[in-house]
Design a protein around this ligand. Structure first.
Ligand SMILES: [Mg+2]
Length: 183
């Protein structure tokens, strides 16, 4: 049996949809492959701070279109959430982020919440083993995890290197997942 490590933002949680509602980001103009929102939308992101969002924002984000299919796919395996509540720019915890994310888990992934199957932090590759599979939308995390000897699947999104496959992301993730979990 494998242990699946699931990312929240960009995999289970539609962070960008929630953020674009607040800031007014035009997703049709997204520069493909750019993960850094400040580089993608320099004008709109000017003066923005993750700390402005608050606990309710993180708690009320919608699941991604694929979240339920991901849950179905990993059913029968051990799994837990690994998410980063830290601002990359100053290395500090984002205000209200952990509290909001826990409320999100309680609502959308109650078993994981109840059984405390979650970790908060930045260095996902620290927990790599041969039997862990990371599913993440961040190129760096996937690279670090693979370099540490684990299996990592990059979920294709318009903001990562697999952006050309963003429309068929779930199919591709499922194909790799099935191959690896049969081994
Ligand atoms: Mg993510």
């Amino acid at each position: 049996m494998k242990t699946i490590i699931l990312d929240m933002d960009g995999v289970m949680v539609d962070l960008l949809k929630g953020l674009s509602k607040i800031i007014g980001l035009d997703m049709s103009k997204y520069p493909l492959g750019e993960y850094d929102l400040w580089k993608a939308f320099p004008q709109q992101m000017k003066g923005f701070s993750w700390d402005d969002l608050g606990e309710d924002f993180w708690a009320n984000l919608e699941p991604t279109a694929e979240a339920s299919q991901i849950m179905e796919m990993i059913h029968g395996h051990n799994s837990f959430i690994f998410t980063c509540p830290i601002n990359f720019y100053d290395g500090k915890l984002i205000k209200g982020c952990i509290e909001g994310k826990l409320r999100w888990l309680e609502k959308h992934m109650p078993e994981h919440y109840k059984n405390e199957l979650y970790l908060f932090g930045r260095h996902k590759h620290f927990i790599t083993t041969q039997n862990t599979i990371l599913i993440d939308d961040n190129n760096e995390y996937v690279k670090e995890f693979s370099s540490a000897g684990g299996k990592a699947i990059l979920f294709p999104r318009i903001w990562n290197s697999e952006h050309e496959n963003a429309d068929i992301g779930m199919e591709l993730v499922r194909a790799v997942f099935e191959t690896w979990t049969k081994q």
